[in-house]
Design a binder for this molecule. Structure first.
Ligand code: RIB
Ligand code: CA
Length: 304
C-alpha cells in the first residue's frame, strides 16, 4: 500500500538523496514537494529541488514556501552543502517553474484533494508547516501524521544542544510540537548513526545515473567525509516510512526552547517523563544501521 506524502525540503545534499528515496521507494506516493529556506536561501532550495525533479523527469508539482523563519533571520548551512546548496553536479537547464501559490496553500489544496489523510514529511525547518497550521488549522484533520528529520534528545549540531532544522526556526517548531499532530521525530540520535560507508559511496558512480549524480554531490557534502562515512540525516525520514522496523521509537513529551540565550532551538525530549506531560511525539532513539544501509542501497538501485 503506497502512502500519499507531501515532502517539505531545503535541498541540501542530504535532502537530494531523501527526494530520490521518496520518488523511488515503492512504499511512497509523493504528491507534492514544497521548499523552505534553510540550508541555503529559498531561491536556491527551490532551484535545487526543481533541478532534481527535472533530473528524474518527475511529474510532481512543487510550491515554494517561506523565505525566512517566522521571527528570526535565516542562518544557513552553506558550510555543509556549499554556496549553491547542492554543490558538485552540473544540472542541465530546464523550464520547470514552481506553482503560482505559496507552499502552505499548496499543501492545504493537496490535502483537501486527497481521498485519505496524507503524511507530511519535513526535512528542513518547520516554517511552512507552522504557516499551514496558522492559516488553515482545520487541515490538522487531513494530516495522518508528520514525519520529521529534526531535533535531538541529546547533543545538537549547530549549538551544543540544538539541531539545525529546529534551530533555524524554533518558533515554528514549537508551534508544530504543540499542534496535536501525530509526530515521528527522527533526530540526531538516529541520523548521526545513519551513515553510508566509503566502500558503498565508491560504488555509486557505477550504480546508475542517480548514483553518479549523488556521488558528485556527496563529494561536496560536509556532514562526514567520503573517505570514512557520510551522515544521511534526511534519508532517515523516508527510511522510517518505508522500513519502520529499522527504528526504535519512544513516546515522549517534547518541548522546543525558544527563549534561551544559549539553548534556543533545543528539543527538550522528556524520555523519563520527569515533566509529567503527555507525550506529543514518537521519538526515534535507535536505528538498525546495517539494515538502514542495506535499505538505502536497495532504494537507490531502484532509481534510474
Ligand atoms: O541537522 C540536519 C538537517 O539540517 C538536515 O535536514 C540537513 O539537510 C540540514 O538541513
Ligand atoms: Ca534538509
Amino acid at each position: 500500500m503506497r502512502e500519499p506524502i507531501i515532502l517539505d525540503t531545503d535541498p541540501g545534499i542530504d535532502d537530494a538523496v531523501a527526494i530520490a528515496a521518496a520518488l523511488f521507494a515503492p512504499q511512497c506516493d509523493l504528491r507534492l514537494i514544497t521548499t523552505v529556506a534553510g540550508n541555503v536561501s529559498l531561491e536556491k532550495t527551490t532551484r535545487n529541488a526543481l533541478q532534481l525533479l527535472n533530473f528524474w523527469s518527475a511529474d510532481i508539482p512543487l510550491a515554494q514556501g517561506a523565505a525566512t523563519p517566522l521571527l528570526r533571520p535565516l542562518h544557513n548551512a552553506a558550510d555543509v552543502h556549499g554556496e549553491s546548496g547542492m554543490e558538485g553536479y552540473d544540472f542541465i537547464e530546464h523550464a520547470r517553474q514552481p506553482l503560482a501559490k505559496p507552499a502552505f496553500q499548496a499543501i492545504r489544496d493537496t490535502l483537501l484533494a486527497s481521498s485519505e489523510p496524507m503524511t507530511l514529511v519535513t526535512i528542513g525547518p518547520l516554517t511552512n508547516v507552522a504557516l499551514l497550521l496558522s492559516h488553515y488549522p482545520e487541515c490538522l484533520f487531513n494530516i495522518r501524521r508528520l514525519v520529521m528529520m529534526g531535533g535531538s534528545a541529546g547533543r545538537g549540531n549547530v549549538t551544543p544542544n540544538a539541531e539545525f532544522n529546529i534551530a533555524v526556526d524554533p518558533e515554528a517548531a514549537a508551534r508544530v510540537f504543540n499542534s496535536g499532530l501525530e509526530i515521528v521525530m527522527c533526530g540526531l540520535d538516529v541520523t548521526n548513526k545513519a551513515t553510508l560507508t566509503a566502500e558503498f559511496l565508491a560504488t555509486l558512480p557505477g550504480l546508475n545515473r542517480t548514483g553518479a549524480m549523488l556521488h558528485a554531490l556527496f563529494s561536496h557534502y560536509r556532514s562526514g567525509s567520503m573517505t570514512t562515512w557520510l551522515r544521511m540525516h534526511d534519508l532517515c525520514a523516508i527510511a522510517w516510512l518505508a522500513r519502520p522496523d529499522l527504528f526504535t521509537l519512544k513516546p515522549c513529551f517534547v518541548a522546543v526552547e525558544t527563549q534561551g540565550q544559549y539553548t534556543s532551538g533545543t528539543t527538550v525530549v522528556d524520555i523519563d517523563g520527569k515533566l509529567r506531560q503527555p507525550p506529543n511525539a514518537q521519538v526515534a532513539l535507535e536505528i538498525d544501521v546495517e539494515g538502514f544501509r542495506h535499505w538505502a542501497a536497495e532504494v537507490l538501485a531502484l532509481a534510474p
